[in-house]
Design a binder for this molecule. Sequence first.
Ligand code: CUA
Length: 361
Amino acid sequence: LVWMAGGLTSAALTPIALANGWNMPVGVTALSRDIYSLHMIIFWICVIIGVIVFGAMFYSLFRYRHSRGAKSATFHEHTSVEVIWTAIPLLILVAMAVPATATLKNMYDVSEADLDIMVTGQQWRWRYEYLGEDVAFTSNLGTPREQISGADEKGEHYLLEVDEPLVLPVGQKVRLLLTSDDVIHSWWVPELAVKQDAIPGFVNENWVRIEEPGIYRGQCAELCGKDHAFMPVVVEAVEQERFDEWLAERKEAAAQEAQGVDREWGMDELMERGEQVYGSVCASCHQPDGSGNPPAFPALAGNQQMLDDLDWHVDTVVNGVSGAAMPAFRSTLNPVEIAAVVTYERNAWGNESGDSVQPSE
Ligand code: CUA
């Protein structure tokens, strides 16, 4: 009965699913199209097998039912039937395995990439490093939560917004090296046919060659904690020329940011910058008013250990607390941002320690 119910449900759902676009997307890369056709071939083979098997079963149930006086046949060993039901499934499996193996081989071939990008998952944002290019940034820093995910004007689709998308050149083979700073995340963009786990202490590889400029959206696909649902991925694919301009702009900005280390920062500008950083990075756990959520997320307002020990405070922000929920921010925040946020935490919410921390390498 369970089988029959399952068979009938899938038979009814298949046309509904196909008509409503619930199928996987065809995608915008040669590989995504290969994966899509493979999926469809296997899908139709399964549909045909399902129709034949359930058709024969229902026919027999009805045609040879007990009330019509049917007697069950008993026989022992039937060589030709056994050969047929072994040979046919074998042929079907081989027919599916040949294209599947070719596609898998292509999927895992990360050689000869034009561009290497390190992707690091962090609760709950993505860090992108363009290897060999001195360009790195953390996407989702500072994106208000309500902006990350919400319905569009038609109230239908979810927008997955980030402040800085991963920008990639079209037509180039981009190798992605994925890892994580804390727990397991998964970098998933359906239209690029990439879904790869980002595992702490481990580097996974994948690749993508996008053919059409455009914006492709995805999100973290591994349950990774409280804000798992607010960890979107946005990829912006642009023409090579535009990509080169963008890269040059980013390098310029990084060079300017680095100069911030060499100059003296005033209390007001540290506080202003610090409030920004606090709001986008720290407030989700320690609360906007610094009241925290003890014991997992200690209060910062009036926190005596923090106020008494500046070195410990800086060290905690830079290196995190091992074994606790506090991550290391040394790769997420630059020296200016770390100095600013520490200054802010020491002087906001009535703390007024008067300490200002200057950025240094
Ligand atoms: Cu990161 Cu879910």
